[in-house]
Design a protein around this ligand. Structure first.
Ligand SMILES: Cc1cc2nc3c(=O)[nH]c(=O)nc-3n(C[C@H](O)[C@H](O)[C@H](O)COP(=O)(O)O)c2cc1C
Length: 196
């Protein structure tokens, strides 16, 4: 079938990339803090404020987040792509990632700290609401309440969000390829028939 498109095959999800590449941090009941890269995270609802994320069943961060019922989602700039990539390709089951990457943390109002170093552009602290175990073989679908949502006041305006001319949010394209938002483009509502 000559549709004029290439089939994305096994990596079909790259069709839905680039997506912001966040760092999810969690602390286990024994006090151990760990973190992983996470791109499959999104807002779910405003009423109540909730997010949803795909958590790998094997990841150590998942184990800690589900045991403590909390995690933070940290937004980093594109300059931190090496940190994000390394956090997403090593496991806290084998290495102490905080030590490996020189990460430091700060407490939040949930049972999981946020990143302090590298300094996030912003973060969300979330409390686990529901874990759906049987929608996929490889991940849990985790629904969580947004308890705290904070951002750098130089880069974020509570009315209209990120200052896009100043902020370059790390996004994952594929493999080792990352990108960032490139500017500010303001949309107009189209007239009927698609006329501009
Ligand atoms: C850019 C990027 C995005 C990722 N997104 C996710 C994700 O959304 N959910 C997830 O569970 N793992 C994701 N991963 C994989 C985890 O970060 C990876 O399995 C990590 O090694 C888990 O570490 P841990 O065992 O220390 O928790 C991603 C990896 C990369 C590099």
């Amino acid at each position: 079938m000559a549709s004029g498109y290439v089939d994305a095959g096994d990596r079909w999800y790259y069709i839905l990339h680039p997506r912001p590449a966040y760092i999810i941090v969690a602390r286990g009941p024994q006090g151990r803090v760990n973190f992983m890269a996470a791109s499959w995270v999104m807002p779910l609802s405003e009423e109540p404020p909730r997010i949803v994320a795909a958590f790998d069943k094997e990841a150590y961060t998942t184990e800690l987040a589900l045991a403590s019922g909390a995690f933070t989602v940290n937004v980093l700039p594109i300059e931190q792509r090496d940190f994000i990539y390394t956090a997403g390709t090593t496991s806290g089951r084998e290495v102490d990632k905080a030590e490996l990457l020189g990460a430091r943390f700060e407490e939040t109002s949930v049972a999981a700290p946020r990143l302090a170093h590298p300094r996030p552009l912003g973060y969300i602290a979330a409390r686990v609401h529901r874990v759906v175990e049987d929608v996929a073989e490889d991940v849990y679908l985790v629904v969580a309440d947004v308890v705290e949502a904070k951002a750098d006041p130089e880069l974020f305006n509570p009315r209209y969000g990120w200052e896009l001319k100043k902020t370059r949010i790390a996004m994952h394209a594929a493999g080792r390829a990352f990108t960032a938002n490139s500017g500010l483009y303001v949309a107009r509502r189209l007239a009927p028939g698609g006329r501009g």
